[in-house]
Design a binder for this molecule. Structure first.
Ligand code: FPP
Length: 267
């Protein structure tokens, strides 16, 4: 079980520590997915080039990965680069790919040391061969780790993923009568993973942006105005606290209503 008294989670007596202590370690989400947004705005507010926002965002990635792993989260999925992001200026795309390679190089030892397994979802064929090689070798180097799965979405689009799943199903020759949501999910990039319980989006936009369209059907959504480069453990703890205050019904009835109904049925 998660040890919330790990001093590396928060400095005792700090505001973050007070939030941490309110968490129920037994009701943490298994899978957290994050739409990291607001790097450009963060840079603009400081009259810096957009790429400075992305670089600053990498510090938030490092802290989020470390804290999620210490909390014992099973899967952390980060939306690092969408298929639509290829439309950005070449220099910005180049910077983002460079930051990804830097992250993989610098964090590989940390990932191995912390038992983190790297996984990637998206159209990896779209990546430049050097980037793809670095991604694949980091995935391979961490393949036997048994702790948190860090899943990075790269050249990812939710609709493309669903179309790719349909192609894979058609190629498998499945009888249409045999198809159901569980069988369908086996053909998604995320096959075998539990679906996200919590979806975090930074920078205040109320959009899904083509992220994990199938998988977030029952995810709790938490949006913060904080821009991604300012996102730290305090915001993560806040998201987890609010997650624990929600009642997840999956289309069923609230526990209280169920109890009332059972009591009424008993007379
Ligand atoms: C959105 O901000 C952010 C991105 C498109 C990229 C996120 C990438 C990183 C944080 C760095 C690399 C990540 C990893 C996992 C190694 P935006 O540019 O759309 O911001 P804006 O909406 O304010 O313009």
């Amino acid at each position: 079980m998660t040890n919330l008294s790990d001093p590396k989670l928060a400095v005792p007596g700090s505001a973050e520590h007070r939030l941490l202590l309110q968490l129920d370690p037994e009701r943490l989400p298994r899978h957290i997915a994050v739409i990291m947004d607001g790097n450009g705005r963060w840079a603009r507010q400081r009259r810096l080039p957009r790429v400075a926002g992305h670089r600053a965002g990498l510090r938030s990635v490092r802290e989020t990965v470390e804290i999620a792993a210490r909390l014992g989260i099973e899967i952390l999925t980060l939306f690092a680069f969408s298929r639509e992001n290829w439309k950005r200026p070449r220099t910005e795309v180049g910077t983002l790919m460079g930051l990804l390679r830097e992250f993989l190089k610098k964090e590989l030892n940390e990932m191995v040391g912390n038992d983190i397994r790297l996984s990637v979802i998206g159209r990896l064929d779209d990546l430049e061969p050097g980037v793809r090689r670095d991604v694949e070798s980091a995935v391979e180097a961490t393949a036997s780790n048994g702790g948190m799965v860090l899943c990075i979405a790269l050249s990812y689009g939710g609709r493309t993923e669903i179309v790719d799943a349909c192609k894979s199903l058609m190629r498998s020759g499945i009888d249409p009568e045999e198809l159901n949501p569980e069988r369908f999910a086996e053909h998604l990039y995320t096959a075998g993973q539990p679906e996200p319980d919590l979806l975090i989006r930074t920078s205040g936009e109320m959009r899904i942006s083509n992220f994990l369209l199938w998988q977030i059907a029952y995810a709790e959504i938490w949006v913060t105005d904080t821009l991604w480069p300012d996102f730290r453990r305090g915001q993560l703890f806040q998201a987890l606290l609010e997650f624990q205050q929600r009642e997840r019904r999956y289309g069923g009835l609230a526990q209280a209503k169920k109890r009332d109904r059972a009591a009424a049925a008993r007379g």
